[in-house]
Design a protein around this ligand. Structure first.
Ligand SMILES: [Ca+2]
Length: 235
């Protein structure tokens, strides 16, 4: 079966000449550089730090749960001294999201590396060396009816780890974790009005279990925190 590139095509950004930015908002891209085979103005250059092309949301970009393909043609330096950045990502512009492996603001918890395919930190009990995980999320504006979403995992015991979640010191959840055992899940917790502010917001996940052990259950693992508008809370 032959499949044409144009079949079901949602978008195509050639990055040739200076036209690439016309279909999005460019941030620090150098257009019109030499591309494949040294041909002038046939490629664009990204600085690898913060340059990017930002495309506004569009119904065509709501992929749902079906399969889709993304193809890119890139050139990198022969030798790179840094980790490779994202080629394509999608995000809610009103949300603040930090991932354990992307954000240096994570403190505390045992840095567990990759666990069940996700980078993670683990909070052990209250009297252990790693009883809490803290991260800072920067908000450009304060969403109405906000929620804190946690990408987390409960321990391998059949019981649930007792945890407390705090946003800027305000408790948004306290009790047995509602996460599955040894399986990643994302759960949203409403944040009371007034708890958030523009700028840095501190999120803490605390294991309130009564133990000093740094290995046994109850433990709780985190891979990301997200603060966003809680769509369920909107009128
Ligand atoms: Ca458990």
């Amino acid at each position: 079966m032959e499949i044409q590139l144009q079949d079901g095509l949602v978008g195509h950004w050639p990055f040739r000449g200076d036209s690439a930015g016309k279909t999005g908002q460019d941030h620090g891209i150098t257009f019109g550089v030499r591309g494949p085979n040294g041909e002038p103005a046939s490629a664009s250059s990204f600085n690898g730090i913060d340059s990017r092309l930002e495309i506004a949301d569009h119904p065509g970009l709501q992929f749902g749960t079906g399969d889709f393909s993304i193809a890119v043609w890139i050139h990198t330096e022969a030798k790179t001294a840094d980790v490779v950045g994202d080629l394509v990502s999608k995000f809610d512009p009103d949300a603040a999201v930090v991932f354990v492996d992307h954000d240096k603001s994570f403190e505390g918890g045992q840095n567990y590396g990759r666990f069940k395919n996700e980078p993670s930190r683990i909070a052990y009990c209250a009297r252990s060396k790693n009883p809490q995980i803290k991260a800072t999320l920067a908000l450009k504006s304060v969403p109405n009816h906000a929620a804190l979403t946690v990408g987390g995992m409960d321990d391998n015991a059949t019981t649930k780890a007792p945890i407390e979640l705090l946003v800027n010191g305000v408790s948004v959840f306290k009790g047995d974790s509602q996460f599955p055992d040894e399986q990643w899940a994302a759960r949203a917790f409403p944040i009371p009005d007034g708890a958030l502010k523009v700028g840095a917001n501190e999120v803490v996940l605390r294991n309130t279990g009564d133990s000093s052990l740094d290995s046994n259950p109850p433990w709780f693992a985190v891979t990301f925190f997200k603060i966003s508008s809680n769509s369920k809370g909107k009128e």
